[in-house]
Design a protein. Structure first.
Length: 378
């Protein structure tokens, strides 16, 4: 699943469900007249268990959503259909319609949204409606099944008993202590050539590997988040900044610095004590066309899935996203399908840019203002 993007898959084993201990209890907000396309039926009581201790949802009309009439909704509908594999309790009753409308045109999809959903402006508890958008992606690297002079950086499966020993060894201890190395011996999935690439996989939480097998055949697999050592995350970019190094182009500037300072590379890597363990997943044709599974447990959709703070937005919530910055202009339907350690606060989202180098360049550049509207069933 960070240039502060970060450990978005730190809780990927969480089963999708809305939190049961509701801080505010079920709410039936007073809704003003809804302008826009048609006249939808009046809003009834919210269904399901809805908790948002970090945010306040304010009902608004559809006309408040910038660009609502221009978004090619069929692209976002892919994420809505994926969402229905593990919907939250409130959205589940709408999934039959969502699947049926997957082949409809944009106007029919837009009309259905205005009929069945109510937009809510998401604010902090103090009324702040502007927040921060960052982005993440799924990297792709060459790898080998066996270590060599070229491929010497291991990616590990989780060690036995890690859940019973929290926190586990730090990154430095994993790479230096015989006890830690013994616990990981034989648990190597594959070997990478560059420790910065391995760190990027740890930051993003998943990726694809073009692996050369022992028989010389190359195939592509996905490595997905399995567990962490439960140590705190520290940004290596911030560490470099503290050393007086400008690292604006991630990861190019970091790699340039590492080439020029090989003796200090362990110090850089060990500045982040958090370590991620992976599991290998085969990639069939269908899997290869989608992103990795987010914390909701469904495949992410490039440009249509976001990671959120689930104390602000429950998994499976359709969201209208508006963000204007130097990198990208966005006014579109997305779905909250992932989370991350650095993704905290009411109006905060991490935008899944997709797979590969182009997505990586976009993800590295996005850090800009954000507004969000939850689209909740009536």
């Amino acid at each position: 699943m960070n240039k502060g993007l970060l450990w978005r898959l730190a809780v990927p084993a969480i089963v999708v469900a809305l939190a049961a201990g509701c801080s505010f209890g079920p709410r039936t907000p007073t809704v003003p007249e809804v302008p826009g396309v048609g006249e939808p039926p009046p809003l009834g009581p919210l269904t399901g268990s809805l908790t948002h201790p970090k945010s306040r949802w304010v009902p608004v009309g559809w006309s408040e959503l910038p660009g609502f009439g221009a978004d090619p909704l069929h692209e976002g509908w892919v994420a809505l259909v994926s969402n229905c594999a593990r919907p939250n309790a409130a959205f589940a009753p709408l999934c039959q319609d969502v699947r049926r409308l997957a082949i409809a045109d944009g106007e029919a999809q837009r009309q259905w949204m205005t009929d069945r959903l109510q937009p809510y402006r998401i604010e902090s508890l103090t009324g702040q409606s502007e927040g921060q958008l960052t982005s993440y992606y799924e990297p792709v690297y060459d790898a080998a099944r066996r270590p060599s002079a070229q491929f010497s950086v291991p990616l590990y499966r989780a060690p036995d008993g890690i859940a019973a020993r929290k926190p586990w060894f730090t990154r430095q201890q994993i790479e230096t202590l015989p006890e830690a190395q013994a616990a990981l011996r034989g648990r190597e999935i594959a070997w990478l050539a560059d420790p910065i690439d391995a760190m990027m996989l740890h930051i993003q939480g998943s990726g694809r590997l073009r692996i050369v097998e022992a028989d010389g055949v190359q195939r592509t697999v996905r490595v997905a988040f399995s567990a962490t050592n439960d140590q705190p995350y520290r940004s290596i970019q911030q560490w470099l900044t503290g050393q007086g190094v400008r690292a604006g182009r991630w990861p190019d500037d970091v790699k340039d610095w590492a080439v020029q300072n090989p003796q200090r590379l362990p110090q850089l890597l060990w500045s982040n004590p958090r370590y991620v363990f992976f599991r290998e997943e085969a990639l069939n044709e269908v899997d290869a066309s989608a992103g990795p599974r987010g914390a909701q447990g469904v495949p992410l959709t490039a440009g249509r899935s976001i990671a959120v703070d689930r104390d602000s937005i429950p998994y499976g919530t359709p969201v209208w996203l508006a963000s204007s910055g130097p990198t990208v202009q966005l006014q579109k339907l997305v779905v909250a399908q992932d989370t991350g350690k650095a993704i905290t606060g009411a109006v905060r989202a991490d935008y899944f840019a997709g797979t590969g180098n182009d997505a990586g360049r976009l993800a590295a550049a996005v850090n800009q203002p954000l507004r969000l509207w939850a689209l909740w069933p009536k």
